[in-house]
Design a protein. Structure first.
Length: 173
């Protein structure tokens, strides 16, 4: 997936409902959420974005997977999809939502305290932090796949360590 994403020259695009992708991702992980006894807060308004549906589904899947797998038992996940006014009026129309707004996907989770320096590595391939992350299944590619998909869609990925522990991943498209 990472190699294909980084080599996309001309991708097929369509109107994609980001809240629908979020709902599908959360429903598909119901068992993992229940196994860890996580509370999930979902907030999403209308948000259509013109992009590659397969890649955007993978982006949302990886954000949700990361928030669940790198969480503590009894923890929480907060997932939001929202829109904001596009500040750059000269931007290419293909990079806008159908309503001229920017789409934002934010997935936060509780978990171990991380430094921002550690978090800054997470968008790079094969980066896994400490024994609590390397002892779990996975390849360390999830957030690097997210970063590649965001780049193909001319967006922005912001990863922030939460002072209380856990991670805030924000995608702006």
């Amino acid at each position: 997936m990472l190699a294909r994403t980084q080599n996309v020259e001309r991708m097929e695009t369509s109107e994609v409902s980001l809240p629908d992708l979020l709902d599908v991702a959360l429903r598909a992980r119901t068992a993992a959420i229940e196994d860890k006894h996580l509370s999930v807060e979902r907030e999403a308004g209308e948000a259509l974005y013109r992009g590659n549906g397969t890649l955007l589904a993978s982006l949302v899947d990886n954000l949700v997977d990361n928030a669940i797998h790198h969480n503590e038992p009894g923890g929480w996940v907060r997932a939001q999809v929202m829109t904001s006014r596009d500040e750059d009026e000269d931007e290419d129309e293909d990079d806008r939502t159908s309503t001229g707004l920017r789409a934002r996907i934010i997935v936060e989770n509780g978990g171990p305290v991380l430094t921002q320096a550690e978090v800054d590595l997470l968008g790079q391939p094969f980066q896994r932090l400490g024994p609590q992350r390397t002892s779990q299944p996975g390849t360390g590619l999830g957030l690097s796949i997210v970063a590649a998909i965001v780049a193909v869609h001319h967006g922005r990925l912001l990863l922030r360590a939460r002072d209380e522990g856990g991670l805030r991943a924000e995608v702006e498209l």
